[in-house]
Design a protein around this ligand. Structure first.
Ligand SMILES: Nc1nc2c(ncn2[C@@H]2O[C@H](COP(=O)(O)OP(=O)(O)OP(=O)(O)O)[C@@H](O)[C@H]2O)c(=O)[nH]1
Ligand SMILES: [Mg+2]
Length: 244
C-alpha cells in the first residue's frame, strides 16, 4: 500500500459542497480543475439557478440539491444537514476561489483545526483588489476582521473572517448555531468560533476575478447586514451557545 492510500484510510471522511446561483460560465471553466477525488461525497446546493448550472451538474453526474429558501446562510445550513461526513468544505465556483486549495483546506481539518479558512489577506495571500488603488471591498473586509479579532479572538490572529471558501468539522459547525442570512453567515461563524475558542487555521490563497455571471453581493446592503449582525454578536456575547 502506498503512502497516499494509507493516508486516505486513516483520515476522517470528507464532503465537498459546491454553492451556486447562476454560475454556468464559472463552472464550465473550472469543472476540470476541481479535485473531486479529494472528497468522499460531493453535491451542489443551488439557490435557484436558471442559467443551466443545475442541468450542467446533473449531466456530469453531480447531485444537485435545490434550496427551499434563498441565501447563502440557508445553503450552509442545508448542506451540513445533508452532508454524510464529518469534514465539510464549501467551494463557490465563480472564479474567486482557487480549486487547487481544496485538498489543503481539508488537510488543515485532518491536522486538528475546527475551521479552515482560505485567507485572501496576510503573508503569501492576494485578494481581487490588490492591483487597484482604491480597495474599498478589501478595506471594509479588513476593518470587520480587525474588529472581530480585537473583541473576541484570544488565539492566533485570523486574517480573513469573511471568505466563504472554508471548511468545518461538523461538530464545530453545530456548536456555532449560525442563524444569519445571506452573505453574513461566514462572518458570524468566524466570530462565534472566536468566542468559543475554537481552533481556526488559515491557508493563504490567491483570489481570482469572477469569471462570468453577476455578483449577488451588493456592497451597500451587504455592508449594512454586516454592521447589524456585528452589533447583534456584541449584544449576544456567548449567550448563543447556552443551549449546549
Ligand atoms: N447555494 C447558493 N449559492 C449562492 C447564493 N447566493 C450566492 N451564491 C453563490 O455564492 C458564491 C459567492 O457569491 P457572489 O455573488 O460571487 O459574491 P462575492 O464573491 O462576494 O462577489 P464577487 O466578488 O462579485 O464575486 C457564488 O458561487 C454564488 O453563485 C444562494 O442563495 N445560494
Ligand atoms: Mg464571488
Amino acid at each position: 500500500m502506498n503512502a497516499l492510500s494509507a493516508d486516505n484510510r486513516n483520515r476522517a471522511k470528507r464532503t465537498l459542497v459546491l454553492l451556486t446561483l447562476n454560475e454556468i460560465e464559472g463552472i464550465r471553466a473550472l469543472q476540470d480543475r476541481i479535485p473531486y477525488d479529494s472528497a468522499d461525497q460531493v453535491f451542489v446546493v443551488d439557490g435557484g439557478s436558471t442559467d443551466g448550472t443545475r442541468e450542467f451538474f446533473r449531466d456530469h453526474g453531480v447531485r444537485v440539491l435545490d434550496q427551499k429558501s434563498k441565501g447563502r446562510g440557508e445553503a450552509f445550513r442545508m448542506a451540513v444537514r445533508e452532508a454524510a461526513h464529518d469534514h465539510i468544505l464549501f467551494f463557490s465556483p465563480d472564479g474567486n476561489e482557487d480549486p487547487a486549495d481544496i485538498p489543503g483546506l481539508f488537510e488543515l481539518l485532518d491536522q486538528g483545526a475546527d475551521i479552515a479558512i482560505a485567507r485572501r489577506f496576510g503573508p503569501g495571500a492576494r485578494n481581487e483588489e490588490d492591483d487597484q488603488v482604491f480597495r474599498w471591498r478589501a478595506w471594509t473586509n479588513r476593518a470587520f476582521t480587525l474588529a472581530a479579532n480585537l473583541l473576541w479572538n484570544r488565539g492566533r490572529f485570523v486574517h480573513d473572517t469573511i471568505n466563504g471558501f472554508r471548511a468545518f468539522k461538523r461538530s464545530s459547525f453545530a456548536r456555532l448555531k449560525v442563524d444569519g442570512p445571506g452573505f453574513v453567515i461566514e462572518f458570524q461563524s468566524s466570530i462565534r468560533a472566536m468566542k468559543l475558542g475554537l481552533d481556526i487555521r488559515e491557508l493563504p490563497t490567491h483570489e481570482g476575478a469572477r469569471i462570468g455571471g453577476e455578483s449577488t453581493a451588493k456592497s451597500l446592503p451587504t455592508g449594512l447586514l454586516f454592521v447589524r449582525y456585528f452589533l447583534r454578536e456584541v449584544w449576544l456575547g456567548k449567550s448563543f451557545a447556552k443551549a449546549e
